[in-house]
Write a protein that binds this ligand. Structure first.
Ligand code: FMN
Length: 362
């Protein structure tokens, strides 16, 4: 989120203070918490619901707010939105929030299958909306996508410029293919340049919007101590920025988070990627947003299994007035494209954290 160049400038001046503070920090280290989050438990290691929820919560989710609550009744598992964790500026109609529930749902279904159960999910449009998951006995169907759950991450770095081959693109398309949702790979050349133009235009508007900046700031975790305490939100290290004491990070954010620096960063990141892919569902309602999340999660897991990295660049879909032009660009005029990712090759970045499963089971 914050440009590395700008953060590093100030980080030097702050290093002495920061290092001194870290020297006295107590409690588990970031790495040890990250390892415990991204572990691979056996289905027999913990109660069934905890095993399923553990895998579900490792899914991608907008701003890492983890906007989900899980419960079990009559053999069914239900995923509900936690609207206290909504991001109303970036995600005014909770589109991303429901897509995040779709991501969690897909992981949960893969975990159930790996534990020998067949499971099906149904979106129920009552109240705030929920996903009910029903189970039946089924053979052990451990999928390669399941094995990728603990390795998937959104990699927000500059990639190495290599192109993903056509066979792997076909594998990604197949994995993402779900009823009611298609994936569009934006062709190289003018279409990708136009997409970049729209991403930067929308990004510039978001960064210049004080409400957007303040909402984002509330989910940024500048220090390892804050990241480990909250176990949610966007930790600086995951975006390639140095960890800083919270007070200093907030000051640096005020200086570094500008339309120019953020747009330069995104342009570099996108130009270093192999390409852009867009997830487009058939409808514009909660059930379809969930489907788009499921489709993305399958893409991300397949990409992980193939050693392909990815990160979101959703800006022209988040700023509503850019949606029609973006839809027209990718040949789906009249629809609302759901999610945009860049993909390519890069080394892994530090892992994000998740809250303990006990915090999200009700
Ligand atoms: C619906 C949705 C929208 C997202 N939008 C963005 C985005 O616009 N920019 C970004 O950098 N990451 C975005 N993310 C990625 C999340 O920030 C990321 O999943 C979260 O921080 C957890 O990190 P991890 O996926 O590496 O575990 C989005 C994720 C989801 C599911």
């Amino acid at each position: 989120m914050i440009s590395r160049r700008h953060m590093i400038l100030g980080a030097g001046a702050a290093a002495a203070a920061g290092v001194a503070l870290y020297g006295f920090s107590r409690g588990p280290s970031y790495d040890s918490v990250a390892r415990s989050v991204w572990r691979v438990p056996a289905a027999t290691d913990m109660p069934r619901l905890e095993y399923l929820v553990h895998h579900a919560t490792l899914a991608a989710n907008s701003h890492n707010t983890q906007p989900w609550l899980f419960s079990e009744a009559d053999g069914q598992v239900t995923i509900r939105p936690d609207l206290g964790r909504a991001t109303p500026v970036a995600d005014a109609d909770n589109h991303h929030l429901f897509a995040s529930l779709g991501c969690a749902c897909e992981n949960l279904l893969l975990a159930a299958a790996a534990a020998g159960e067949s499971a099906e999910a149904y979106f129920v449009d009552e109240g705030d909306g929920r996903i009910d998951i029903a189970f039946a006995a089924g053979g052990d169907r451990r999928d390669a996508l399941f094995d990728a759950i603990v390795d998937r991450q959104c990699t927000r770095s500059v990639y190495d410029g290599r192109k993903v081959g056509t066979d792997d693109l076909a594998r990604l398309e197949k994995a993402a293919n779900r009823p009611g949702c298609t994936i569009v790979f934006i062709p190289d050349g003018p279409p990708t340049e136009k997409a970049l133009e729209l991403i930067l235009a929308a990004n510039g508007e978001q960064v210049a919007n004080p409400d957007f900046a303040s909402e984002l700031l509330s989910w940024l975790r500048f220090s390892t101590a804050a990241a480990v305490e909250k176990r949610d939100g966007l930790y600086s290290g995951c975006s390639g920025n140095p960890a800083l004491p919270t007070w200093l990070g907030r000051i640096m954010f005020g200086f570094a988070f500008t339309p120019q620096s953020e747009n330069d960063k995104y342009a570099r990141q996108i130009r270093s990627s192999s390409g852009l892919a867009v997830f487009v569902s058939e409808g514009d309602d909660k059930a379809h947003w969930v489907e788009a999340g499921r489709s993305y999660q399958r893409f991300a897991l397949q990409a992980t299994a193939l050693g392909i990295r990815h990160a979101f660049v959703n800006q022209p879909l988040e700023v509503a007035r850019y949606r029609p032009e973006f839809a027209e660009l990718i040949g789906v005029a009249g629809k609302r494209p759901d999610l945009i990712v860049r993909y390519g090759y890069a080394p892994p970045m530090p892992r994000s954290l998740r809250r303990p499963v006990g915090d999200v089971i009700i």
